[in-house]
Design a protein around this ligand. Sequence first.
Ligand SMILES: Cc1cc2nc3c(=O)[nH]c(=O)nc-3n(C[C@H](O)[C@H](O)[C@H](O)COP(=O)(O)OP(=O)(O)OC[C@H]3O[C@@H](n4cnc5c(N)ncnc54)[C@H](O)[C@@H]3O)c2cc1C
Length: 389
Amino acid sequence: MNFEHTAEQKLFAESVRKFALAHLEDGALKRAHEPRFPFDVAQLLSRQGLMGITIPEADGGQGGSLMDAVIAIEQIAAVCPRSADVVQFGNFGPIRAFAEYASSQLKKRFLPDLLAGRMVMALGMTEPEAGSAVTDLKTSARLDGRDYIINGSKLFSTFSPDASIFLVYVRFGPGTGGIGSVIVERNTAGFTIGRPSSFMSGEEWSELHFDNCRVPAENVLLGLGGFKKQMAGFNVERLGNTARSLAFGRYCFNKAREHVLTREQFGRPLCEFQGLQWKFADMAVKLESAQLLLYRAAANADRGFPSAYETAVAKVACNVTGFEVAHESLQAMGAMGYSRESLIEWCMRRCRGWMIAGGSVEILKNRIAEHVFERRFDQRAPRQADAAE
Ligand SMILES: Cc1cc2nc3c(=O)[nH]c(=O)nc-3n(C[C@H](O)[C@H](O)[C@H](O)COP(=O)(O)OP(=O)(O)OC[C@H]3O[C@@H](n4cnc5c(N)ncnc54)[C@H](O)[C@@H]3O)c2cc1C
């Protein structure tokens, strides 16, 4: 067992760090408070080869590993946390499932613009009545000639105010096996995108409504029986949330560390007070342990897809650590940490969201418990569960 990055990974990390310091450090605070997708950053990252890191070269990607993508997200977040969202989009988000499962015709149409940072894609999964219980989704896709007719609504889709295409989870038939996905373009007749609403983090999302929205059958990404593959792709997205949580926590930790080394009260630097030393020791333990779980999930990923269990364990550890460390760092920086003059309060708000998004901490603990006891625990009310069988 080796806990070190390889020489190649170290070189890659160093090159991404230098790039981020040269191009993204200036304006990092302003960028964080801009709710819309930063297309300028996406184009910059694309030119630097930081989009599609894990996508095969034949499809316009870099042909790298999931670990490379994790390293990129860490190094970018350490300098400009908001720009790490673009690394997420270009490597971990719906683009990853799209690159894996789309037909060559669909890939040709959309991947070049997505990878160049000219276009952004959103994921439409959550519905008003299907949040954690995602398999309860009702949005339907009915075959009509050579098209599918989509009806239903989606909520909370990240990047939806700016997205040109949407990867939408739909129901082709009953049960989990009936769930698949289609690609819907923004200006398709019958598809309306509501006014942007804000999350606590300032990020915006819009309601998506499909009212007899007609999409060609070629736009099906995964048809009947595709749900398992879809979730395999979604584990990559989860790992991106995991990596950003930890990286944002570490960003706050580093800023707070500098602060307590230099800020003096009662005639001494803050770091000389044991009450603060122990906070930093606790934070270091949390960061180090969560880091190992993140790297295990990324390093063990099979063809770029991490295991559901290792992803769940890493996501719970990194989500909780990211939030707790951001929160304690804010406390250690006093009013400056609480102020919008620093990025600490923003990172804390972002980390809070990842405890809900992409499989909440509670839902992932349910999955972990199933692994522990080697049996399934149906979350549905007993009568509903019987009916579903
Ligand atoms: C920042 C952010 C970004 C998001 N981006 C997207 C996106 O791009 N696309 C998209 O489709 N959706 C997105 N979502 C929505 C996200 O997927 C849902 O919020 C998530 O699935 C939880 O659903 P819910 O909010 O309806 O909560 P609910 O399912 O109503 O759950 C409420 C609470 O109950 C808990 N709970 C529910 N069931 C159980 C159980 N069986 N055991 C224990 N606890 C339980 C949950 O953990 C949660 O704490 C985003 C959400 C956030 C916060």
